[in-house]
Design a protein around this ligand. Structure first.
Ligand code: SAH
Ligand code: SF4
Ligand code: F3S
Length: 451
């Protein structure tokens, strides 16, 4: 869970503003949405990191796997006690669990006042006003419009001094991978007009942001439904030309739509960082077919080869699922062997979790929990060695690092390859791009020093 915090930003109404606590689960889409909620409500609410002093608590939920979903319910349950002490407290449940469960959340949890889906966040000011006015009101807002457009932000970022941020370029997903809940809770794929995207990037850059990550469930299919829009490589070229933007990243890329035009952007566009998150999900063509991924093992490996040819220093990361229904030991070994071939810098591996309403949840060859755990442990163990080898290769190299934050342990930043670097130095370096010597590799981060 992440808590959205902020230093005082908005100068009007400082004393009269109420306090808002936002807890965020799930992917970067949700992080972006939480930031937008804080922006939209900035006039009347200031953020707090302490739920016990909040007037409004919003929980932005995720239903991608069973674990985050259960965490959400136990957290909402905890806030019930706060409401017993302060009956005026408004509790809202948003995000993907809200979209999926809707009214059922209100029925199950009488202390929840508001349920709102991802498309309803822009109605929050009005909904919260209505709830404050009449204590007996309860609202369920889970609209799902296919042509929904994200409005442009009217307020600055909630946290001044933000160095890197997200900009959503498309919503929803049409891919229907058989394990995945996203198409059901986020609706059909819709691209945001390029003008709105570029304007938002310009705005955050004018507020001091140096690095922007473009967001979508499948950014490679950006603009495919709109004849007047550029394709994704074209959009990257436009964003690359924005004055003051120093670094550009994007996520997530579906391998089936990774074009040569996009591959060739790496190493050519100045701001585009040499890192690609390319979720493979499985190393077995048989499993990939049952997942409805529309590529096979060889097709994926071929794209990796082309990427490395276009940009030899690119760092690759991936998502994968172990214990998908019917995954045999042989299929699993194919995943392990793919990891050895590709040598990712980092992986995010998950045990398959059946999601209600998805096709794979109905497959009758589900794998035992114990076996999923064994496979997960094996995958992570292998990747630990591979990741360490990749990190070790960076020792004694000079890297450009964007310093993001400072705490008691020192400065923290990232290389263009997205490796976390810790170093000592002056806090004035936050927001600066500096050249760093990498002294030592750890399992998940690097230690460096200024040169
Ligand atoms: N749009 C992205 C993925 C978004 S979900 C893509 O297609 O790559 C993030 C990750 O969660 C997925 O890549 C997948 O590895 C994992 N995931 C999704 N559904 C899952 C499920 N039912 N069980 C386990 N992991 C799942
Ligand atoms: Fe889910 Fe597949 Fe869409 Fe990604 S591409 S969000 S995994 S359905
Ligand atoms: Fe979770 Fe919704 Fe993202 S289900 S992963 S928060 S799109």
């Amino acid at each position: 869970m992440k808590t959205l915090s902020c230093t005082e930003n908005y100068h009007g109404h400082a004393l009269s503003r109420k306090r808002l606590f936002i807890a965020t689960f799930g992917c970067q889409m949700n992080e972006y949405d939480s930031q937008r909620m804080a922006q939209i409500l900035q006039k009347d609410y200031r953020l707090t990191i302490a739920p016990e002093e909040a007037d409004v608590i919003l929980i932005n939920t995720c239903s991608i796997r069973e674990k985050p979903e259960n965490k959400v319910y136990s957290l909402v349950g905890r806030y019930r006690r706060l409401k017993n002490k302060r009956p005026d407290l408004i509790i809202g449940v948003g995000g993907c669990v809200a979209q999926q469960e809707g009214q059922r959340i209100l029925d199950r949890m009488p202390y929840v006042d508001l349920v709102f889906g991802p498309q309803a966040i822009y109605r929050l000011p009005k909904m919260l006003r209505d709830l404050s006015r009449d204590k007996s009101t309860r609202i369920c807002a889970t609209p799902m419009e296919n042509d929904f457009e994200i409005p442009s932000p009217e307020a600055p970022l909630p946290n001044p001094g933000t160095v890197r941020t997200f900009v959503t370029i498309m919503q929803g997903c049409d891919n229907f991978c058989t394990y995945c809940i996203v198409p059901f809770v986020r609706g059909r794929e819709t691209s945001r007009p390029p003008g709105a995207i570029l304007e938002e990037i310009r705005q955050v850059v004018s507020e001091g942001v140096k690095e922007v990550t473009l967001l979508g469930q499948n950014v490679n299919s950006y603009g495919k439904k709109n004849v007047n829009f550029p394709d994704f490589a074209g959009l990257l070229r436009l964003a690359d030309g924005i004055d003051g933007l120093r670094r550009l990243r994007f996520t997530t890329s579906h391998p089936k739509d990774l074009s040569d035009a996009l591959i060739n952007c790496f190493g050519r566009l100045e701001t585009l960082c040499e890192h690609l998150h390319l979720p493979v999900q499985s190393g077995s063509s048989r499993v990939l077919k049952r997942m409805n991924r529309h590529y096979d093992r060889d097709g994926y490996l071929d794209k990796v080869e082309r990427l490395r040819k276009a940009c030899p220093e690119i760092s690759l990361t991936t998502d994968l699922i172990v214990g998908f229904p019917g995954e045999s030991e042989r299929d699993f070994q194919d995943t392990l062997s793919l990891l050895k071939i590709v040598e990712y810098d980092q992986i995010f591996a998950f045990k398959y979790s059946p999601r209600p309403g998805t096709r794979a949840a109905e497959f009758d060859d589900q794998i035992e929990e114990e076996e999923k755990s064994r496979r997960l442990a094996e995958v992570l163990d292998l990747q630990k060695k591979i990741g360490f080898k990749r990190f070790k290769a960076l020792e004694n190299t000079i890297q450009e690092v964007l310093i993001e934050s400072v705490d008691q342990a020192g400065l923290k930043g990232r290389t263009r390859g997205n490796h976390v670097v810790h170093l000592e130095g002056n806090k004035n370096l936050v927001g600066k791009l500096i050249r760093i010597r990498i002294d030592r590799a750890g399992n998940h981060s690097l230690r460096g020093s200024t040169i």
